[in-house]
Design a protein around this ligand. Structure first.
Ligand code: NAP
Length: 480
């Protein structure tokens, strides 16, 4: 920290910038979490230069050193989950339980990739030419730019930083401007691990300056981005011109199908947690609830009864299920989606009210619309809000067609007791992740994660699949 400003971390030094921004708690806008330095293009370039140097050293590091570094980061995140989860909730607005869970999960990502460090195996092959042997193995891709969104400030960073370091890369990390505190806290832990200078750099700053500098750089070897479709397209265009490797995780419009034979309690629990927890601000949230006509009325009545028990309010308070909307802009957008759904003829069956609390903040009660069609704006756009829409359909075939009728394809879920429909759904849902009798949100850390269509581009993140992005295969021919 310098003059009460949280600084960027470049070439192993904490460096202040000409400007800084205030980080404001969305659950209490009187609470300023801190002021965070805003790097400019020049400082971003310094971080890139440092990363180039750092990477040359880090790629020489022994596997046990990498293993120890990643284990140590994971251990500290898990040990400090209460403190760091509180910080995360304070800046993002999700409940303390969700914040702590996210920090714990982030520790697990580091532990998982510590183990992956020791699983770096190559292959050998015979040559078609006698007397020649062939080896293939993976090398680090080089300098990786990591650009993350605000909704999972620690976890998204963790599932990108951990494999980047595990496979011998250097990192330039640009977090979302709304949530610099979690990024800074994670960087502070990484800064104490004895990495070669420049191996890990934090450049907090705007997307238009820091982000644009990174994505247009010809000295960056790979860009991994999670965020909106609009920004993702910019990243894809900028990196394509320079033939820089890129990986994009973007928007979504996930749906949960509920069939006539569904267990009603399971259907309601999966719909409620998938649609509303995390304030609906999850890329895996199910904002569309596609319900067959035989169970429709029972489901809507039971969902409303369940929603009446949800407590919205101070994310730090015990017993609160839904915290704050992330900021004023997001709140405004949520209200405009509520208005648009009503204008399009949807019926607001429950919720959707702005909630006044003791402290000034952005709180919205979860909203359930019925009588909606899949063509309404509210069912086409990614809303990223605690708003769910019921779409009534005749049967399974119509449900599947409706689920697939979207430009996105991240997760899709079905609630049914029918093996036949569950099996068909697993095969034919055009999504990267499929959930059977589970909410659309909630994934594991040791298996691949990603979507189809406009939700994802490039190789999969997480699990052992991450190595496709963070390494390059080398093929060696050896004549004895
Ligand atoms: P966003 O506005 O696209 O921002 C994401 C990141 O990109 C931020 O760090 C942002 O910086 C940066 N950025 C903005 N403009 C840029 C530019 N021109 N060049 C380079 N970087 C730029 O997205 P968001 O609102 O933070 O996040 C919400 C979105 O993330 C939703 O669409 C959600 O679905 C998606 N998401 C997807 C997944 C997934 O795995 N599929 C997971 C989580 C979230 P600033 O903050 O400084 O603008």
């Amino acid at each position: 920290m310098s003059d009460n400003v949280f600084c960027n971390f470049i070439a192993g030094q904490w460096i202040d910038s000409a400007t800084n921004i205030a980080n404001i708690n969305p659950a209490n806008t009187n609470d300023i979490i801190g002021h965070y330095a805003q790097a400019d293009a020049e400082q971003t370039q310094q971080a890139i230069n440092a990363a180039i140097e750092g990477q040359l050293q880090w790629q020489q590091s022994g596997l046990e050193q990498r293993y120890s570094v990643l284990m140590s980061i994971g251990d500290e995140l898990i040990e400090r989950k209460q403190e760091l989860g509180t910080l995360l909730s304070r800046e993002e607005g999700k409940t303390l339980a969700e914040g702590m869970g996210e920090v714990y999960r982030s520790g697990q990502f580091f532990h998982y990739y510590a183990a992956e460090v020791l699983r770096q195996m190559g292959e050998t092959a015979a040559s078609v030419r006698p007397g020649i042997a062939i080896e293939t193995y993976r090398e680090p891709v080089g300098v990786v730019a990591i650009i993350t969104p605000w909704n999972f400030p620690t976890a998204t960073a963790a599932w990108k930083i951990a494999p980047a370091l595990a496979f011998g890369n250097a990192v330039v990390f640009k977090p979302a401007s709304q949530v610099p505190a979690s990024a800074w806290a994670l960087t502070e832990i990484i800064s104490r691990q004895g990495l070669p200078e420049g191996t890990f750099n934090l450049v907090m700053g705007s997307g238009s300056e820091v982000g644009e500098t990174l994505i247009h750089s010809r000295q960056i070897d790979a860009v991994t981005f999670t965020g909106s479709l609009e920004t993702g397209r910019k990243v894809a265009a900028a990196t394509a011109i320079n033939l820089v490797k890129c990986q994009l995780e973007m928007g979504s419009k996930n749906a949960l199908v509920i069939l006539d034979d569904a267990d009603l309690d399971t259907a309601v629990e999966c719909a409620i947690s998938g649609a509303f927890f995390g304030t609906g601000q999850k890329c895996t949230a199910s904002s569309r609830l596609i319900v067959t006509e035989g169970i429709h009325d029972k489901f809507v009545a039971a969902a409303i009864e369940r929603m009446k028990k949800l407590v919205v309010g101070d994310p730090m308070a015990e017993g609160v299920h839904i915290g704050a909307v992330a900021d004023a802009r997001q709140m405004e957008q949520n209200l405009s989606y509520l208005a648009s759904a009503s204008e399009d003829g949807a019926h607001l069956a429950y919720g959707g009210e702005v909630i006044e609390t003791e402290n000034p903040g952005y709180f919205l009660s979860p909203a359930l619309f019925t009588h909606t069609t899949n063509q309404m704006k509210i069912n086409r756009d990614e809303t990223f809000a605690p708003i769910a829409c019921v779409i009534k359909v005749k049967d399974y075939d119509e449900a599947l067609a409706t689920l697939n009728d979207t430009n996105y394809g991240l997760t899709g879920g079905i609630i049914t007791q029918s093996l036949k429909y569950a099996t068909d759904f697993k095969r034919n849902a055009k999504t990267g992740c499929v959930m059977v009798n589970l909410p659309t949100a909630g994934t594991d850390y040791h298996v691949p994660f990603g979507g189809r269509k406009e939700s994802s581009f490039g190789s999969r993140e997480q699990g052992s699949y991450a190595k496709e992005f963070y390494t390059i295969v080398k093929t060696c021919y050896i004549s004895a």
